[in-house]
Design a protein around this ligand. Structure first.
Ligand SMILES: Cc1cc2nc3c(=O)[nH]c(=O)nc-3n(C[C@H](O)[C@H](O)[C@H](O)COP(=O)(O)O)c2cc1C
Ligand code: SF4
Length: 486
């Protein structure tokens, strides 16, 4: 076989990664309530390094306590966190894998604020968040300055921890998107209005980070190429277009970013991200959104409304219609290419009892590479390498995406959760894992209450206990059983 592009190293200005498969950011509530880390986080990240990922892009790491989505995500808001992150880096490095920290701030998009915070979150706006109804207020200029500095300090700490780079979380509706988005940002000062003004916050962060870490440290940014801010709530403004995002990417490249990680959506989750189904039905408590969403009932003005929509059969069709409006429209568009056909032999017989090859083929057609054309448009406008996220799990499809110039690498989140060793499976010649991710999004909904892992019983031949046993491996070795953090 010719050289496989998936396993060719990717060289950025300041970093070389051994292959083109990045573990995308995927957050689970494994850490301690106060945002200190523990062994479970190390176990989590090490799973994917062991499985052959070229680089791991961390989950959401808050740069301030006000910027948390939920408690129990390890933070980088103070120097005493450096030691923990250095341990995470060491564990990942043992497998010849790089570790890039995602520097993040929730802004108003905070699921459970935690005892240190109040109900009024910080944002670019004082407009309540549209999906859950999370209340917020517009940041003052001093707060903006402090937050810019918090990102820069987070980057310095990541570098001091010996990590390989940092990523700004500029996507999916969190604080940076709240500034970038024409659908959310309603400021009238120099941080609102024109595209350049809306990009000012991000550009100031990039400048401040570069000042702290110098020019020789890998620094990338995740952005939402298209926002569809009106996807779930049709009377919201639509948000940034692809053309606007392309312009933002040109500016951030000029400002010193080494790579762009392309995603979509001005909220999280969003009907296009992570692409797939919204779990409302199923036999187990872990199958249905209503069973973990009740954790959020007191968080926002619209959470009770959503809970009713998730719970009551006569309201569910309304929610389904709203949620699938944009994906259905996008699915009618012609896809640029597809991977190899799926045959019965390529799937595990137990899995096939739940999903026929044609159903898997249809899932891949709908959800694999959902942002690929946006990535191509951005790639054409900048020189830095492009990483694309969203639904990738088939080697033939990924090869095509890279060879045809859509992106330089792909990032995978749920695909890695389902198959921790996916790159090794590709290296062994598999085109698709025999128990593929079904895009069911049960991992996503469970993460509010339960340990992050794959919650699709079909992947375990319907054996619920086997599925839970696999989820619980994140606690092996258990926090407290090891002295790794000393
Ligand atoms: C449970 C869960 C948690 C996630 N957490 C983050 C996060 O912390 N930061 C982020 O940028 N994206 C996050 N994402 C989005 C993923 O990084 C990824 O871009 C998206 O799921 C599409 O990739 P996939 O189809 O391979 O899952 C998360 C996704 C899931 C399912
Ligand atoms: S629960 Fe498992 S199969 Fe479903 S989306 Fe998550 S990783 Fe994929």
């Amino acid at each position: 076989m010719d050289k496989d592009v998936i396993f060719e190293p990717l060289t950025f200005r300041n970093l070389t990664v051994k292959n083109r498969i990045f573990r995308s950011n995927i957050s689970g509530r494994f850490d301690n309530y106060d945002g200190s880390g523990n062994q479970a986080r190390i176990n989590w990240e090490e799973k994917f390094a062991r499985g052959g990922a070229g680089a791991i892009i961390s989950s959401f790491v808050p740069v301030t306590l006000k910027g948390r989505i939920v408690p129990n995500y390890a933070t980088i808001h103070s120097d005493d966190r450096i030691h923990f992150w250095s341990k995470v880096g060491e564990a990942v490095h043992r497998h010849d894998c790089k570790f890039i920290m995602q520097l993040s701030h929730s802004g108003r998009q905070q699921d459970i604020e935690g005892v240190e915070n109040d109900h009024i979150r910080l944002s670019s706006t004082s407009k309540t968040e549209s999906f859950h109804g999370l209340k917020c207020r517009s940041m003052t200029k001093d707060e903006i300055k402090d937050t810019v500095n918090a990102f820069a300090e987070g980057a310095r700490r990541a570098k001091e921890a010996g990590l390989d780079g940092v990523e700004l979380h500029g996507a999916n509706g969190y604080l940076i998107t709240q500034f970038l988005s024409s659908g959310i940002n309603d400021r009238t000062d120099e941080y609102g209005g024109s595209l350049k003004n809306r990009a000012r916050f991000l550009l100031e962060i990039i400048e401040a980070v570069r000042q702290k870490v110098g020019d020789d440290f890998h620094f990338q940014c995740k952005i939402s190429a298209v926002e569809y801010n009106d996807a779930v709530i049709p009377w919201e403004k639509p948000g940034n277009t692809l053309q606007e995002s392309v312009q933002i990417c040109k500016w951030i490249e000029e400002a010193g970013i080494d790579s762009i990680h392309v995603s979509s959506g001005s909220l999280f989750p969003h009907p296009l991200n992570p692409p797939g189904t919204f779990p409302l039905f199923g036999d187990y408590a872990t199958d249905c959104a209503k069973n973990s969403y009740d954790t959020m009932l007191s968080s926002g003005n619209a959470t009770f409304r959503n809970y009713l929509l998730f719970r009551y059969p006569f309201l569910q069709p309304l929610f389904m219609w709203l949620w699938y409006r944009i994906p259905n429209m996008r699915n009618r568009e012609k896809k640029p290419f597809k991977g190899l056909d799926i045959t019965a032999e390529s799937l595990n017989p137990e899995f096939r009892k739940f999903f026929a090859p044609q159903e898997v083929e249809e899932l891949l057609r709908k959800y694999q590479g959902i942002s690929i054309e946006d990535a191509k448009a951005i790639k054409a406008a900048v020189k830095v390498p492009i990483i694309c996220t969203g639904g990738f799990q088939q080697a033939s499809y990924i090869r095509n995406a890279i060879n045809d110039g859509y992106c330089d690498a792909v990032s995978m989140a749920r695909m890695f959760v389902a198959n921790n060793d996916l790159p090794q499976q590709f290296a062994a010649g598999k085109d698709l894992p025999d128990r593929p991710c079904t895009y069911c999004n049960k991992c996503l909904l469970n993460t509010l209450e339960n340990p992050l892992g794959c919650y699709e019983p079909a992947r375990f031949g319907g054996d619920y206990q086997a599925m839970i046993d696999e989820v619980m491996t994140v606690y092996k070795p258990a926090p407290g059983d090891v002295e790794a953090l000393v």
